[in-house]
Write a protein that binds this ligand. Structure first.
Ligand SMILES: [Mn+2]
Length: 346
């Protein structure tokens, strides 16, 4: 055999070195493999020992029975209505297909939501005693003339908007009164879109407002109905007691958003209201109910926000946001307070 020398090392030496290195590596891997197999064996043995101690249980007997409850605790549904913006027109073609709004859509959306609310109540009646309903009316019933663009694009003028809004609200109250022994209607005035003046006004906020007329029409329609109890006031901020829970109720436009985020504004207003009302038990509240923000929200376990009937309008579309028509409801337990916040969507 002819040995070849490259870089001072013969080819034979190079191969012998390589074989020695591979033999060493083989020894290491064999020993590691032995060690791992021993550890695996130990673990398997432990599992066997543990399993030997554990006794297999029989599947339990099915205890569930469909049985009508004898005692049904009393709960009070609260239905939030508002931000209907009747008369506003949004075009599907101008909102990327997201939104379409007109009087026909308003009635349809509202009908779907009212139906869903009543079905929700029916379901709960199998486990709860539900005899009354509180409707919190939160304002912004009409589109109004508060901006130039609304003035020229509204589907019909303000007097017609008021007539439609009043009648739709009146019909809603009437329908609800066929399902409950008592319908308490809390009428909050002073929504920004309902205002008569172009600039927001603070004095006579609820009376110098189209919401005043909307409520007058709705109330007139239900005048002879003894199951309907109207709770109207000129105060835009109301304290309403349902069960044993106290709610501060208002439209919600007095809140200033912070850096385009309303949440900080809500917290600030909530803090101010809580602070100034802490001395007087008649002014205190447990939850704050508002509309205006068009986004059904239950925030910080203290703030309850209603949705709107309007969809993604041209303004919302341009801002890259989305609004799905919705109204909100929840139940109030005498013992545990509000629960089951539900957003009824179209
Ligand atoms: Mn509003």
């Amino acid at each position: 055999m002819v040995d070849v020398v490259v870089d001072g090392q013969s080819e034979v030496d190079r191969l012998l070195n390589r074989i020695a290195a591979l033999e060493e590596r083989n020894r290491m891997l064999t020993s590691e493999n032995k060690d791992l197999r021993r550890r695996l064996g130990k673990r398997d043995e432990m599992v066997r020992q543990v399993a030997a101690v554990v006794q297999t249980e029989q599947p339990p007997k099915l205890m569930y029975r469909r049985e009508p409850r004898k005692h049904r605790p009393r709960v009070h549904p609260v239905f939030l209505l508002g931000d209907w913006h009747i008369g506003e027109k949004a075009e599907r073609d101008a909102t990327g297909g997201f939104g379409e709004y007109n009087w026909g859509v308003t009635q349809k959306s509202h009908g779907v939501i009212l139906n869903s609310f009543l079905k929700w109540v029916y379901n709960y009646r199998s486990i709860y005693l539900i005899e009354d309903c509180t409707v919190m009316c939160l304002g912004d019933w009409i589109s109004g003339d508060i901006h130039d663009e609304l003035r020229v694009t509204n589907e019909f003028p303000v007097p017609v908007q008021i007539a439609h809004a009043g009648q739709l609200l009146g019909q809603t109250i009437r329908t609800l009164s066929s399902e409950f022994k008592k319908v308490k209607v809390v009428e909050v005035g002073g929504g920004n879109h309902d205002r008569v003046t172009r600039r927001p006004q603070h004095k006579q906020r609820c009376t110098n407002s189209y919401s005043y007329l909307v409520y007058a029409i709705a109330n007139e329609m239900n005048q002879g109905n003894s199951r309907v109890e109207i709770d109207y006031s000129d105060d835009p901020k109301r304290i309403v007691k349902v069960g044993n829970t106290r709610f501060l109720v208002e439209h919600g436009d007095a809140v200033r958003a912070w850096g385009a985020y309303p949440a900080y504004g809500w917290e600030r207003m909530l803090g101010r209201e809580a602070l100034r009302r802490m001395d007087e038990s008649a002014q205190r509240f447990d939850y704050w109910v508002i509309g205006h923000w068009h986004t059904p929200t239950f925030y910080m376990d203290m703030i309850i926000i209603n949705g709107a009937l309007t969809p993604t309008t041209e303004y919302i579309h341009l801002k890259g946001r989305r609004t799905r028509p919705a109204q909100t409801a929840f139940l109030v337990s005498e013992k545990h307070g509000p629960f089951d916040f539900t957003f009824f969507r179209v």
